[in-house]
Design a protein around this ligand. Structure first.
Ligand code: SF4
Length: 637
């Protein structure tokens, strides 16, 4: 098969067995790789009652079909598991060099099963595959582990590792790679830790076949020349995603003090300009990328200097704005702390901000903190809390469950300001004045992650107060944006440099020799979305609508300051957004997929699975929508 390395590994860490076999052709053709394969395998192989941190969950590593090719930024590596944060399907991806290296070693897919008796790491050097002891690494930071393994094995090994948070089952633990890139969301690192897998170390020296290399190179050369002159190239190279800080604040969408407000007066102390002036040491790029949006930074701390890749926009938003920091050095240090402990910076920032608000409201007391305070913007307090979380100590044991899990224990209506959806903390956009962005968070299959649909520009284009007719655009974006995770390439070339979907379709055909069309790929994306939705309902009960309502802060509290002062949504408006969204998807009004839509997408067995638990959508009175978002083509976003 062109475009694929052609082999997969199934590794039972309890039995220490490693099975190598050909990658099934139908799996590759029907699901492409990365997010697609993850969705299919999790649905088929993990029992519905399996605990996310138990032996029956699986950890899947899946670089995609375009990973490691000459396609622009073919850098990503997909990870997947049932999430301990949401108890649903989860996938996350990391850039850097891991995915290409796994393919160069000869593999498209690795499935880890069961739980090892002792800590191990997976060693791959082409055909030499071993589970090696990780006793000497257990308890170490994720960054420290990467350094140690490179020292032991050689700089040319690519490493993915977890920190203490993953070892201890913190539900927002991540997998770290390349000294600060992360498969961040949904607690994938906790699943890796539950299996006692500390790291993956891989070196590959092979190649895999490309159907039409000449045309692929010609196309990429043209894209290089065109994008070099794109007006977004220079600012992205200079600031990376941190350039969005001022923009998000101007749009009154910057999460401030745990999303109490959407405007942060102190934003110039933590924005991209400050980062470049004071911290950035050099730029970094993932495999096959010439945009170099990664910033390798140095921060001054009380006890010396630290180095880390970042902080990116999301980290600045959730740690900087939401925890009200006023020093870019503090934000960068907090980024380092989270990465080394193995915590997703988005969720960690949100959890600490939630704890700070709980302290402000007297829900968490000084006594519970061993006599300490939890002060907005205080880096020492931040460090104290994240270390407690990673070590499951004191208050950290409660906060390690994420904002939703912690609020369920702490009570006192703290669930109203646990800023998450389905158990996954929201990315960095306060959305009381951005209904379509909120709809994206509410309905995202893995919880409130901007990666699924970044639709704040829809609010800007169609009107901030407008509710109606945004849902079909959100549906479109939920198909196109995750498609890049399925192809396993960086979506920023599409979103920022106008490399269009049709160019990637052509690239896919050059790589594979297939004759795929854009509409077929969008249909696959829709199929994956319906599968993950059905999977979530099967694991968490229904109807789907039950899981789509946002925290009460969005409809009970007005934004207190800034350009959006006084804004909030009503429950009626939120329900209106959902009504239109379900209609655009061809789901019933309860938010359950219908037999019509599932059969149309070829998900025949899912119909029976939902029927068995009484959660198959009611038949549609108006028939299947002819346009389910995927024919709409708004400006790239
Ligand atoms: Fe990596 Fe940034 Fe390049 Fe995307 S644009 S591949 S995230 S360096």
């Amino acid at each position: 098969m062109y475009g694929f390395a052609g082999q997969m590994l199934r590794i039972n860490v309890r039995l220490q067995s490693i099975e190598k076999k050909p990658l099934p052709e139908d799996l590759a053709k029907q699901w492409l790789g990365a997010r697609g394969m993850v969705a299919k395998i999790l649905y088929d192989e993990v029992p519905r009652q399996a605990a996310p941190l138990g032996p029956e969950n699986k950890l899947i590593v899946a670089p995609g079909v375009l990973t490691g090719t000459f396609v622009a930024a073919g850098s990503k590596c997909g990870f997947g598991a049932i999430s301990p944060a949401t108890n649903g399907h989860a996938d996350a991806s990391v850039g850097g060099h891991l995915g290409p290296e796994i393919k160069f070693a000869g593999y498209d897919l690795i499935i880890f099963e069961d739980i090892s008796a002792e800590p191990v790491y997976l060693f791959i050097e082409d055909d030499n595959i071993e589970l090696r002891t990780a006793q000497h690494l257990w308890g170490k930071g994720a960054i420290d582990t990467e350094r140690r393994l490179k020292d032991e094995l050689g700089e040319d090994f690519e490493i993915a590792s977890i920190g203490p948070a993953g070892e201890n089952g913190v539900v927002f633990a991540c997998i770290t790679h390349d000294f600060g890139r992360n498969a961040g969301r949904c607690g994938i690192g906790a699943v890796m830790g539950s299996k006692r897998i500390k790291a993956i170390a891989v070196k590959g020296t092979k190649s895999f076949p490309i159907y039409d290399l000449k045309s692929l190179c010609t196309q990429t050369e043209k894209i290089i020349q065109r994008t070099k002159a794109h007006p977004n190239m220079a600012p992205w190279q200079k600031y990376g995603t941190a350039l969005f800080v001022g923009w998000a604040n101007d749009q009154a969408s910057f999460p401030t003090k745990n999303f109490q407000s959407s405007y942060y007066e102190q934003w110039p102390t933590i924005d991209g300009e400050k980062l470049v002036q004071e911290c950035v040491v050099t730029d970094k790029a993932c495999f096959g990328c010439w945009m170099n949006c990664g910033k390798y930074s140095k921060a001054k701390t009380k006890s010396g200097e630290i180095y880390i890749e970042g902080p990116e926009y999301e980290t600045i938003a959730l740690i900087g704005g939401s925890c009200a920091m006023t020093s870019i050095h503090d934000v960068t240090f907090a980024n380092y702390l989270c990465d080394n402990l193995g915590l997703d910076t988005i969720s960690a920032g949100s959890v600490v901000a939630f704890a700070m608000e709980c302290f402000e409201k007297g829900i968490i007391t000084k006594q519970e903190l061993g006599g300490r305070e939890l002060r907005w913007g205080n880096i020492d307090d931040f460090e104290f809390v994240v270390k407690k979380i990673a070590g499951l100590e004191g208050i950290g044991k409660i906060l390690a469950r994420g904002t939703k899990g912690a609020a369920e224990i702490l009570g006192k209506n703290s669930i109203n300001f646990a800023m998450q959806q389905k158990g996954l903390e929201s990315s960095g956009y306060e959305s009381r004045w951005a209904p379509s962005m909120l709809l994206s968070f509410m309905t995202a299959d893995i919880g409130a992650h901007h990666n699924r649909s970044w639709s704040i520009t829809v609010d800007l284009e169609l009107g901030r107060d407008v509710i109606r007719e945004k849902a079909p655009v959100v549906v479109y974006l939920q198909h196109v944006r995750p498609l890049y995770d399925t192809l396993s390439i960086c979506r920023l070339f599409w979103g920022e440099l106008d490399v269009m979907p049709e160019e990637y379709v052509a690239a896919l055909n050059y790589v594979t020799g297939w004759h795929t069309s854009e509409s077929e790929l969008m249909r696959l994306s829709e199929k994956i979305w319906n599968l993950t939705r059905a999977h979530f309902i099967q694991r968490n009960g229904g109807p789907g609508r039950l899981h789509d309502m946002p925290p009460a802060r969005y409809y009970e509290e007005e934004i207190p300051s800034g350009p959006a002062k006084g804004k909030k949504l009503t429950v009626e408006q939120i329900n209106m957004l959902l009504d239109e969204y379900y209609a655009a998807r061809g789901w019933d009004n309860k938010g359950n997929p219908t037999a019509e839509i599932l059969n149309d997408l070829g998900l025949f067995s899912v119909v029976d699975d939902l029927k068995k638990i009484g959660q198959l959508g009611e038949p549609l009175s108006a028939g299947i929508p002819k346009v389910r978002g995927h024919k709409l083509k708004p400006k790239a976003m």
